[in-house]
Structure formats: structure tokens, C-alpha cells
Design a protein around this ligand. Structure first.
Ligand SMILES: *Cc1c(COP(=O)(O)O)cnc(C)c1O
Length: 229
């Protein structure tokens, strides 16, 4: 399938999910996750009108950025970021979806000359394999960042477990939404926390029903050249 056709289908699903939830589809942005696909395929996504691109490795990010030079594109780093890689990626991205420790925040504070919009990654599924803070650690973590000048907490991010059980998935997203309310109540200057980054190819409709403002979609949008959909 070409990306344009996939996007048309996804936008239809987004509109339906918004209708069910009484939300405005303009408040939901699609981040095209291009980590499994070629530069050509990513360019096809750009031509289809995608404005947000997500990569989870520094090399993939830099390769895609070198070939898609449009100023209007927003770059999202969605993978876990090693402290030693901060220097090479942080200046080039618009959003970091994986802020999960103070040592990473310290490195960002030291390395950038602009404010980085960050999502605090939360492990809402309690799976050992998932990255992110435990829910109960989120508020103390945000407070610890109060004096960081280069970090804006633009939102929270989570990944639901890979399961057919919609209740389990939905509960992860509800947990993130509740945490967002708590962060907003702090009224912390650098933590407007207006966004929720949640929902992937197989669960973005549930995420939108629960308040997602960024959905990160890879396989069902651009495909998976490593062998999946
Ligand atoms: C790969 C990835 C996605 C996209 O996954 P799909 O299931 O292919 O849509 C979204 N978010 C993160 C953090 C990822 O690593």
C-alpha cells in the first residue's frame, strides 16, 4: 500500500475515534515512525503531507534528516536515549519522547542552547522490559526538574503492552491521562504538560479515545521493511 492511501485510512480512523470521544481531530498529530523503512519510503510520507517524523536511533534520525530537509518538519526522538548520544541528536530534534532519568536531563541541560520539548516516559504497563518511570515517581521527577532551563515538559509518553486485551491497553492510557492532570496541577512553569504521546499502529484509536495528542504510527502507515505488516 502506498503511504498516501494508508494515511487516508488512518485519518478516517482518527476522525471516528475523535467523534466517539467528542474531540477535535485537529488536536491529534500523527508522528510517522520511520525506523523500519528506507529513506525513499520516508520521503513518500513527507509527500503525503506528514509533518512529524519519529526515529528511535541516532543513526536513523541523522540519515532521514539529511534527506528530508524541509523546514516545516518536526523531528521526534522516540527511543531510549543514551547519555553519550545526547550531544549528537539533541540539537537537531524538536521533541524527545523518552526523558526517563535525571542524568539524561543533566546532560541535556549542559549540551543545548535552546529549550527541548520533552515527554516524560512512563511505564504504565509495569512490564519489566519497558522503559520509563513508575507512575508514582513521575511527580517527584517533574518537581526535580523545576529549575532546569533547557527542559520543557511538554507532556507524558507511554507504550501499552502488546496484547489483544483492550481493557489492559485502555487502563495504561487512562493512567497516563490521570498523571497528566497531576502534573498540570503543579503549575510548574517549565511543565505545561499539554500533550500525551500514546498509541501505535495497533492501539492508536483507543489512545485517542483516552486523550492522545500525538500518536506514533509505524507499520500501518509506512510499513515495516523488516518483515512485518
Ligand atoms: C516502533 C515504535 C512505534 C511504532 O510502532 P508501530 O507498531 O509500528 O506503529 C511507536 N512508538 C515507539 C516508541 C516505537 O519504538
Amino acid at each position: 500500500m502506498n503511504v498516501r492511501e494508508n494515511l487516508r485510512q488512518i485519518n478516517e480512523q482518527i476522525n471516528e475515534a475523535c467523534k466517539r470521544a467528542g474531540r477535535n481531530p485537529d488536536d491529534v498529530s500523527v508522528v510517522a515512525v520511520t525506523k523500519y523503512v528506507s529513506i525513499e519510503r520516508a520521503q513518500e510520507a513527507k509527500e503525503a503531507g506528514i509533518l512529524h517524523f519519529g526515529e528511535n536511533r541516532d543513526q536513523g534520525l541523522l540519515e532521514k534528516q539529511a534527506s528530508i530537509t524541509d523546514e516545516s518538519i518536526n523531528w521526534h526522538f522516540i527511543g531510549s536515549l543514551q547519555t553519550r548520544k545526547v550531544k549528537s541528536v539533541i540539537q537537531t530534534i524538536d521533541y524527545l519522547h523518552s526523558l526517563d532519568r535525571i542524568s539524561l536531563a543533566n546532560e541535556i541541560e549542559k549540551r543545548v542552547d535552546h529549550t527541548v520539548r520533552c515527554f516524560v516516559q512512563v511505564n504504565t504497563s509495569l512490564e519489566e522490559s519497558k522503559h520509563g518511570l513508575q507512575s508514582e515517581d513521575v511527580i517527584p521527577f517533574v518537581k526535580q526538574l523545576a529549575d532546569f532551563k533547557k527542559i520543557e515538559i511538554a507532556g507524558l509518553m507511554t507504550m501499552a503492552p502488546f496484547t489483544d486485551d483492550h481493557t489492559v491497553i485502555r487502563n495504561c492510557f487512562k493512567t497516563l491521562k490521570n498523571l497528566q492532570k497531576e502534573v498540570k496541577h503543579l503549575n510548574q512553569v517549565n511543565a505545561p504538560c499539554q500533550h500525551l504521546s500514546m498509541g501505535m499502529s495497533n492501539d492508536f484509536e483507543i489512545a485517542i479515545e483516552e486523550g492522545a495528542t500525538f500518536v506514533r504510527i509505524g507499520s500501518s502507515l509506512v510499513g515495516n521493511e523488516t518483515g512485518g505488516a
